[in-house]
Design a protein around this ligand. Structure first.
Ligand SMILES: *[C@@H]1O[C@H](CO)[C@@H](O)[C@H](O)[C@H]1NC(C)=O
Ligand SMILES: *[C@@H]1O[C@H](CO)[C@@H](O)[C@H](O)[C@H]1NC(C)=O
Ligand SMILES: *[C@@H]1O[C@H](CO)[C@@H](O)[C@H](O)[C@H]1NC(C)=O
Ligand SMILES: *[C@@H]1O[C@H](CO)[C@@H](O)[C@H](O)[C@H]1NC(C)=O
Ligand SMILES: *[C@@H]1O[C@H](CO)[C@@H](O)[C@H](O)[C@H]1NC(C)=O
Ligand SMILES: [Zn+2]
Length: 458
């Protein structure tokens, strides 16, 4: 019986899956897609600076009031949620740093961008999924875009060097020119493009600084340059453009009299700790030594009013963060403005992120314009986990299993795109046989019923 159920399920899968390497629908009917991320662009950064180009995008397309990032509100984890549609505990890129609690290796952000086994942890990002379905994709500096997944690499990718200058506006324009060539001459269908600003400036000078405002103007000029380039490349009517980001930014209370400092906590000793990941903004992880978990937890749980320390299994489920083998038995986060100091108190940054994703300063932007998007629409806030389903819909590809729902962002699309001008055979949103491939609806329904019934028997 079991075997029969498996066989039926397999034949069902074969009927539903597009043939390997064959595009889901005819060339020509699919528009191209460019996803751009400006790191650390807080949702309200356009409220105290003139941003004519971002404003024009909202008038001509769709704007979200704000977008709620995943938790932890960190660069690599949040970028990976955008391209997998999974919460962080389900994709496994739980930190900007690669770490190994056995041999104590910790690698910084940039080095981690190149560590294949950190990224390729069971989830297949959209580039690879699209390629498997016959599309060509590219990643320009986008976190996670420069490693192999299950042996496959992104068609064209670029990785920044270790000492990359993230704020060079001339280079930004050159990178846009390259991406335009990828979309036209190289025939790519999907490109993700990453800029390290206004994050770097927000960290260094703080989110309320004039330097941050100047950088937002630079971002806005770049959006103008990008949209001009799209027009000059003849892509205006065949390219959907999304501009978004990974998280916001908040001011660090550097001079507070109540800093969160582990080296000052009474009864806490690093001698009880096997592995620690502290001094990384407001997020911390600890692996206590054998038999020391209870002791360390008791000492830390009320150690500081701005610090929230949890055993892994008690971490709030709403964060969708702790349920992953990579997360240590104790983890913590601090209140907005407070960062966690470990063995020493050193803090250069005036701005930080990583905080609770419900804190308004952690919210970020989402804008979209192009042939499949409605015009002049402002939508209510949503979680970034839903963006992936929208990307798959726009590309007409079958998504991988994920935590998002197409129905959340579908209202952004024009009626034509919505009613099957883009033929995504997504079983989650559409019911009925209209979108089932190739004239076998009855056969498929029959197999489905049989598989479900047989499955119940075992
Ligand atoms: C962690 O380090 C240990 C010891 O070097 C090694 O055996 C293990 O494979 C590493 N784990 C990962 C996930 O890299
Ligand atoms: C994910 O990484 C962890 C170690 O960090 C490893 O134990 C596990 O096998 C990996 N899973 C997959 C599917 O790669
Ligand atoms: C990473 O990017 C470089 C260019 O910056 C490229 O030559 C290389 O092929 C890429 N590697 C992968 C695995 O994508
Ligand atoms: C903190 O104190 C230093 C020196 O006393 C001062 O220069 C700085 O402006 C203060 N920072 C904030 C954010 O208040
Ligand atoms: C530290 O430990 C001592 C001895 O067990 C205890 O009396 C004291 O209350 C503890 N202090 C804190 C802040 O937990
Ligand atoms: Zn970031």
């Amino acid at each position: 019986m079991r075997r029969l159920a498996v066989l039926l399920t397999l034949s069902l899968a074969a009927l539903l899956a597009p043939a390997a390497g064959v595009p889901v629908h005819q060339q020509g009917s699919r528009n191209k897609l460019l996803l751009v991320s400006f790191d650390g662009f807080r949702w309200d950064y356009d409220k105290d600076v003139d941003t004519p180009n971002l404003d024009a995008m909202a008038v001509e397309g769709v704007k979200a009031r704000y977008m709620t990032p995943a938790f932890v509100t960190m660069t690599s984890p949040c970028h990976f949620t955008l391209v997998t549609g999974k919460y962080i505990e389900n994709h496994g890129v739980v930190h900007n740093m690669y770490y190994n609690t056995s041999n104590k290796v910790k690698l910084p952000y940039h080095a981690t961008l190149g560590i294949q086994r950190w990224w390729d942890n069971g989830s297949v990002p959209i580039w690879i999924t699209a390629q498997r379905q016959g599309l060509k994709t590219g990643s320009f500096f986008y976190p996670g875009g420069n490693v192999t997944y299950q042996g496959a690499t992104v068609t064209l990718s670029r990785k920044e060097g270790p000492l990359h200058n993230y704020k060079d506006e001339e280079e930004w324009r050159a990178n846009i020119d390259t991406v335009m060539r990828w979309l036209t001459e190289e025939g790519l269908d999907l490109v993700t493009l990453y800029f390290g600003e206004p994050d770097s400036t927000g960290h260094k000078f703080g989110p309320e600084s004039q330097e941050r405002k100047d950088m937002v103007m630079q971002v806005d000029r770049t959006v103008g340059y990008l949209r001009d380039s799209i027009r000059h490349s003849g892509l205006k009517s065949s390219l959907n453009l999304i501009i978004t980001s990974d998280h916001g930014m908040t001011t660090v209370h550097k001079n507070a009299s109540d800093l969160v400092e582990f080296h000052k906590f009474s009864n806490f000793s690093f001698k009880d700790i096997e592995f620690e990941l502290l001094d990384y903004g407001p997020n911390g992880m600890l692996l206590p030594k054998e038999g020391k978990l209870e002791k360390v937890y008791e000492v830390l749980k009320d150690a500081h009013p701005k610090l929230h320390v949890y055993k892994k299994e008690s971490f709030p489920k709403s964060f969708h963060y702790a349920n992953n083998p990579r997360v240590t038995p104790l983890l913590m986060y601090s209140e907005p403005g407070y960062v966690i100091h470990g063995r020493l108190s050193v803090q250069f940054n005036n701005g930080e992120h990583g905080f609770d994703n419900e804190v308004m300063d952690m919210k970020t932007i989402f804008r979209a314009v192009g042939p499949d998007f409605r015009k002049g629409l402002e939508v209510e806030p949503f979680e970034s986990v839903h963006v992936y389903e929208l990307l798959c819909k726009l590309l007409g590809i079958v998504p991988e299993a994920n935590d998002g729902h197409l129905s959340t962002l579908l209202p952004m699309l024009t009626c034509e795109a919505d009613s099957g001008g883009l033929s995504t055979p997504s079983a989650t949103t559409y019911s009925g046989s209209a979108l089932l491939p190739g004239g076998h609806p009855l056969l498929i329904m029959g197999l489905l019923v049989a598989a479900v019934l047989l499955d119940k028997v075992k």
